[in-house]
Structures are given as structure tokens and as C-alpha cells.
Design a protein around this ligand. Sequence first.
Ligand code: SF4
Length: 183
Amino acid sequence: MDKIKFATVWLAGCSGCHMSFLDLDEFLIDLAGLVDVVFSPVGTDLKEYPEGVDVCLVEGAIANEENLELALEIRRKTKTLISFGDCAVTANVPAMRNMMGNKTAEPVLERGYIELADENPHFPNAPGIVPELLDRVLPVHEVIPIDIFMPGCPPSADRIRATLEPLLQGKTPEMVGREMIKF
Ligand code: SF4
């Protein structure tokens, strides 16, 4: 039987959700027997997201042009997408800049690069190298359809396991900890 093609993606997040994934401990050994990790910041060094991915965990919100492009690409190329952690599910911490007034990224850029600069205050001027910020930070499902939501900051290893195990057996997982989601 072919192994499940498994990926994880890191958008605008702190990597804490990926650290929690590594807390799966011995289940990672079981997982390694069931899946091929085809793309992940903690498992491969591939730069291109491949075609035909079966399951992908998406950590982080959509905060810049690069996040947006990658989100659209992974949706096209993935069967089951899991919104992985509160930054993906609600935009969480990265979305705090949405509260800085105006409906653009201007206030946060002004604060970070001009007001708080010790010397030579200037905006980033490397087009194509520093991804441009979107006006507002968005949860992933506002940009692409999501199949499964896994809340938590970060989701515990138990919750990650309880979501992945049934999926790997071809079943639909219950949303673990649904009662913890508040909008
Ligand atoms: Fe970090 Fe929490 Fe966001 Fe995960 S949900 S990326 S742990 S801030």
C-alpha cells in the first residue's frame, strides 16, 4: 500500500505548533511508518510544495504576499488541509496588528521601522526579498477552504495525535476540543 503523502507548512506563526508536533514523541516513529513526509520545515529541505499531497498541517496566519501565494498553492495541491493551531484558525497573535487602526499595514511598518529605529530609520527597500505585508492578517480559512480545524496555542500533542490517527486510517476525525473555540 502506498504511504500517505504528508506535509506541514509554516506561514505567519511562531513555530510553536511545529514544536508541539515534535512532542508527539514515540508516535512520530509510528507516523514515519505510515507517511512519506514530502514537505515540512522540520522534515525536509524542499523549497517547492509538491503535487498530490494527501494531508497537510498548516501553521500560522496569512500575513504577507508569500503566505498568500503558498496558501493558494497548497490548496490546489492537497486533498485534506488542516488549520493547525490558533494562528491558522483565528489569526491569533499575528492579527494583533489589525488593531492598530487604519485598514492597512502602514501603522505597523511605521512603528517598527521608523518610530522604534535606533538609527537610520527607513522602510524595508528590498522588493522581492522581503515579502510585502497584506493590509490585514487573515485566518487561513478566509483565504482558502479548510477541511479540518485544530485549535490551540499550540494544540497539545494529544490533540494532534487524536486528529491525525483517524485520518491516517481513512476515517474522519472528530474535532477535538471543539468547546474551546470561541468567536
Ligand atoms: Fe505560535 Fe500559538 Fe500561533 Fe502556534 S498558535 S504558531 S504556538 S502563537
